[in-house]
Design a protein around this ligand. Sequence first.
Ligand code: NDP
Length: 300
Amino acid sequence: MSAKIIDGKAFAADVRGRVAEQVARLKADHGITPGLAVVLVGEDPASQVYVRNKGKQTVEAGMTSFEHKLGDTTPEADLLALVEKLNADPAVHGILVQLPLPDHIDEAKVLATIDPAKDVDGFHISNVGLLATGQKALVPCTPLGCLMMLRDHHGSLSGLNAVVVGRSNIVGKPMAQLLLRDSCTVTIAHSRTKDLAAVCRGADILVAAVGRPQMIPGDWVKPGATVIDVGINRIPAPEKGEGKTRLVGDVDFDSAVEVAGAITPVPGGVGPMTIACLLANTLTACCRAAGLPEPEGLTA
Ligand code: NDP
């Protein structure tokens, strides 16, 4: 059997299209344009590419993009003052401070300063608590993207056994909360889990968010299970030439695709959904700020 490949690129394009439609309606009916502010501190090349892509896709969705690029020696107090200014700006509905921040800046302090209603990354402790208690929150983008793909594939997730491998605050834990909210029976596995293979084999839904290349082989996958591979790992690819690399996930795709019912590839699976969900969260934050109904099919 060969699994259905879940095309994250196409799915993300569809999400962005739906966001753009609802943004156009918001403008036409209410004269409101959602705005996303992205703050980048320092010169990290990967972050620069990521921020550029975010800005481009924000504008393509019909939203306003505000970019703030600060030098890597920017004092923490200046960054906090900028966040406060964005909190107070009614044209800004979403604020994202690109991580990681330089060592002299306290990341937790910065995230805590963002207005929870504008926290489109969903990392503020208020949003974490709201999600954990089943209330309306802004939810971290990567797990939200995984949830959308799972709902699309399964319809209802109720009663399914879900195993999330990884317990980070940005992927594993919120993913588990979201699956629980959709009435899955959820197991969170991590580096101390005993007999991880057996735990994974019990999963109808297996989410891998570990950061270890191809760690989960096909024989850990229950036949017919849905596999969501969040991992992004770069490994040597001598077949492409000396010094070349390629991206792989945390799942050994070639063996897992033979067993699973559906699987996300790397690249082209979960990755593209992250920015699409950032746009969805910005639209959601904007609708909530204006007291309007939330965008349909774009929230947790
Ligand atoms: P973290 O390093 O923060 O967390 C990794 C988790 O994996 C930890 O909970 C750790 O357990 C667990 N783990 C490590 N080794 C093992 C093991 N041998 N067996 C079982 N569990 C293990 O990573 P992130 O959550 O930030 O990211 C995970 C992956 O997802 C990375 O590859 C990252 O690049 C990717 N990612 C992709 C995104 C996207 O847009 N597609 C967005 C964010 C991340 P413990 O807690 O016990 O140490």
